[in-house]
Design a protein around this ligand. Structure first.
Ligand SMILES: Nc1ncnc2c1ncn2[C@@H]1O[C@H](COP(=O)(O)OP(=O)(O)O)[C@@H](O)[C@H]1O
Ligand SMILES: [Mg+2]
Length: 276
């Protein structure tokens, strides 16, 4: 059992009570991210013929601003596919995804990816120094960026700025990738298994960081993980996905204390790992 990172002491209710997002009764309210009847099929080769396999089936949920959603489910349940659709690395076959009330298919893709940052399981490095990596987005747009400030946010020493990114440990590279996303001043951060390639100490550092960014910057986070102790450590909300279908959605505390469904209970017991 991984000890909960020290800084993760909030709950969904705390965030609502801090008034960090408009009341849901406000007519202007729109969740940070909303999925409505999203489905996705992918072509697979079966024998000699290509068949369309449904990997996401009619999934709807919303993520209020300021929440950390843990998107959990067995391997192959469609978590990465769902996350990738949120910044249009893939597009839904049907349904709609909105960012603060705007259909993301109507947004310029570069602007969408500035507003919705993404970090992958294996740190994705750009050839060059740490500074080159961190300032990548602003540089593409011809904007100024202080990479030192971005390293401060993820608690990496500024001494590292001029080192090749490949010289960092994997845990430092992962924090650098988060700094690169933050350089774009995103409104939502998508994390796909960000701790899976890390040892326990480095993983806890990343989990602490996620909580701190959420608490101090009000950043909305959607984190895919198959590690329940990591979901439990940071999540304020949970969506459970099994075989491409949403099985549960709700407050993290309630889900981990007492899942609403038999499938949820079996998942938490570790009984679903071979079913997808
Ligand atoms: N490029 C692809 N072509 C066809 N099927 C794919 C492709 N990528 C993923 N899949 C299938 O889609 C399903 C969901 O995959 P994925 O989103 O990676 O799940 P997870 O992240 O939960 O492990 C799996 O059954 C997987 O085999
Ligand atoms: Mg995945």
């Amino acid at each position: 059992m991984v000890p909960a990172p020290e800084e993760c002491v909030h709950s969904s209710d705390d965030i609502v009570n801090e008034g960090r997002f408009a009341s849901m009764d406000d007519p202007a309210y729109a969740p940070a991210v909303e999925l409505v009847h999203v489905s996705k099929t992918k072509p697979v080769l079966l024998g000699d013929s290509v068949t369309q396999l449904q990997v996401i089936g009619d999934v709807s949920f919303s993520v209020p601003k300021g929440e950390i959603l843990a998107l959990v489910g067995p391997s192959g349940s469609g978590k990465s596919t769902l996350l990738r659709m949120m910044n249009r690395l893939e597009d839904p076959s049907s349904g709609q995804i909105s960012l603060f009330g705007t259909d993301i298919s109507s947004l310029d893709v570069r602007e969408l990816r500035r507003r919705v940052g993404m970090v992958f399981q294996t740190p994705a490095l750009i050839a060059g120094t740490v500074a080159d990596n961190v300032s990548y987005g602003p540089r593409l747009r011809g904007e100024d960026c202080d990479p030192g400030e971005c390293l401060d946010l993820v608690r990496l020493e500024r001494d590292l700025l001029h080192r090749p990114a490949t010289a960092l440990s994997v845990g430092q590279q992962q924090r650098m990738c988060i700094a690169r996303a933050l350089a774009n001043r995103p409104e939502v951060l998508l994390l796909d298994e960000p701790t899976s390639a890390l040892d326990q100490t480095a993983a806890n550092t990343v989990l602490d960081l996620v909580c701190r960014l959420n608490r101090e910057m009000g950043l909305t986070v959607i984190m895919v993980t198959h590690l329940m102790e990591h979901a439990r450590a940071v999540g304020t909300r949970v969506v459970l996905l099994v075989r491409g279908a949403k099985i549960e959605e709700g407050a993290a505390n309630a889900f981990f204390a007492s899942p609403a469904t038999e499938i949820g209970r079996r998942f938490l017991q570790g009984e679903l790992s071979n079913e997808c």
